[in-house]
Design a protein around this ligand. Structure first.
Ligand code: ATP
Ligand code: TZP
Ligand code: MG
Ligand code: MG
Length: 266
């Protein structure tokens, strides 16, 4: 537990370079969020340089929020280079299931790239694993049991998963972390899920144990949201306050505020 809550220190020491191939909506907020936590962002989409950029990076983030066929090619080139180099790859299946194209491209990426962890809302992660769920654009309709979705998905995909929402579930099928931090204002600012996926990539670059790195990232992020929400109550100022909290929150605040439970699956 103390190790998980102090992982932000390792990120700030290492200052990992995270290569993001992400959607057009969140590029700027993602770059600022990564700077705020002490990591370094780079965005590079061109097929001509995707592999070279991944080869220079400490982690790779693939996000299909505004995907195009050319961008998927770039993701696969970058993903293969990341796999070759042995750096972590986070996959954010934004809006998967909303259209057949999105689902087909998500499958193509997973078939071609060894992903370290998938991070999405319950509908996205469930749909990726073949479960029934409803997407409304990029937002999930309310889902039932996040833990059941996460366990089923990790089994089906053979990859650790993070299912986020009002509470967050992180599992590889043998261990489950549940985190009950965060704030509803996160759902009123676009890109907070996407930024979280990039933050997870930064934590994975700084800490080898995948589940611990994911729990460290998600716990830190939820605590930062609570700190930000203590200064403001509306989305515009929250968006800025959250970046400030990502910059200021330290491991002591995380240790004092995190609501994390852990259990093993038999
Ligand atoms: P969606 O498109 O459904 O909003 P997303 O990809 O934006 O999904 P979220 O599930 O919203 O991702 O998760 C982003 C962050 O917001 C996570 O840290 C999560 O814990 C937090 N979060 C989401 N909903 C709530 C809520 N109702 N209360 C507290 N925290 C929340
Ligand atoms: N449309 C395509 S991608 C995107 C929107 C609104 C951003 C989604 O961001 P998040 O973090 O999943 O809410
Ligand atoms: Mg969201
Ligand atoms: Mg999302």
């Amino acid at each position: 537990m103390s190790e998980i809550t102090s992982l932000v220190n390792k990120v700030r020491e290492k200052q990992p370079l995270v290569h993001n191939i992400t959607n057009q909506v969140v590029i700027n907020y993602t770059a600022n969020g990564l700077y705020a936590i002490g990591a370094a962002p780079v965005m590079a989409n061109a097929v001509e340089e995707a592999a070279d950029m991944a080869n220079n990076a400490d982690a790779l983030l693939l996000n299909i929020g505004t995907l195009t066929t050319v961008q998927v090619d770039a993701m696969i080139l970058a993903g293969k280079a990341a796999n070759q180099k042995g750096i972590p790859v986070v996959f954010d299946p934004v809006g998967v299931g909303a259209t057949p194209y999105r689902s087909a491209m998500a499958k193509k990426i997973l078939d071609n790239v060894q992903v370290s962890v998938v991070r999405g809302n319950a509908a996205e992660v469930g749909l990726l694993a073949g479960l029934k769920a409803v997407m409304r654009g990029v937002d999930a309709e309310a889902q039932g049991d996040h833990q059941a979705v996460a366990l089923q998905a990790t089994k089906q995909l053979g990859i650790p998963v993070i299912v986020t929402g009002e509470h967050d579930v992180i599992t590889d099928g043998s261990k489950v972390f549940v985190i009950e931090n965060g704030h509803p204002l996160l759902t009123k600012v676009t890109g907070t899920g996407c930024l979280l996926s990039s933050v997870v990539a930064a934590f994975l670059a700084a800490h080898e144990n995948v589940l611990e790195a994911c729990a460290g990232a998600v716990g830190f992020y939820g605590v930062a949201a609570e700190v930000a929400a203590s200064h403001t109550s509306a989305p515009g100022t929250f968006q800025v306050a959250f970046l400030d909290a990502l910059y200021h929150v330290n491991s002591d605040v995380v240790t004092d505020t995190i609501k994390l439970t852990e259990r093993f699956i038999e």
